[in-house]
Design a protein around this ligand. Sequence first.
Ligand code: 8YV
Length: 330
Amino acid sequence: MKPRIVITRAVFPEHLAALREQYDVRDNQPDIAWTPSEMAAAFADVDGALVTGSDRIDAALLAQAPRLRVLSTISVGYNHIDVAACTRQGVVVTNTPDVLTETTADMAWALLMATARRVTESERWLRAGLWKQWSLDQFLGADLHHSTLGIVGMGRIGQAIARRASGFAMKVVYHNRSRLPESVETECRATRVEFDDLLASADHVMLVLPYSAASHHLIGAAQLAKMKPGATLVNIARGGLIDEDALAEALAAGRLFGAGLDVYEGEPQVNPKLLALNNVALTPHLGSASRATRDAMARLAISNMSAALVGRRPAHLLNEAAWPIPTPAA
Ligand code: 8YV
């Protein structure tokens, strides 16, 4: 008998076809997110699951998935998964790092440029038919070149963002728990500073760190007040890093020049106070969204799941303590 798997959201057809040859597949190609009870029903008798960053995998769901042995997320972030509960239940968890690094770094720059040069704001205005003449002071932006970029979270994606900054002759400062090896700092032309110093000195601040209870609302009213007047803030990590009400207030008051957001605390809902503002560029969680990268992420997630299901150590195992799984399901 083929092992049973569930795929919570639509995947590329060629991946689904390949998976069907190997597994008894419960899919969701209509791509309408399942409710908690539909999720529970879909997980009830499966050995493996391919999930996405928008599926909440908690202890309550796991309790209804007694056969589950492998949970493979098509994302690098895994704050949507209760990994400790998975470990307790003997469920191996895997993710998809590396393959999305460069694409996500590109998106960070797209948002920074859109924010600093008011690309989305001015396009809305133009499409509304408001452009009657060119003016010297129309949509004046903030410069990127020769400015200071502050990167909070200098992992793989933060480093890829930093490497791109030299093309803009920017000074790069970063904040991380620990200092990076000197060779990496040299390659990224980046200097480690304390968090408050980064806020005070950067013209453009980018959030690229994982979300956890410890980083919840890392940027709140107090931190926004410490930022350089007229600075910009870009978030391509997780919405919960920012107190969105406080951000909306700082943007409305003109304390910040603008913000570029790809992620939101209650996504897909967006805080109405942010929607009401012009000086914020908003995108719907597109960080890794290129065809090639989403394909690579899905392939990697499938290979992690397939390896674990036959008792081979998956390349990207998040909970060592759950490995090896007691009885390979195939
Ligand atoms: C995903 C992401 O596209 O990988 C991540 O952590 O945030 C994005 O690249 C998203 O989570 C959907 O799975």
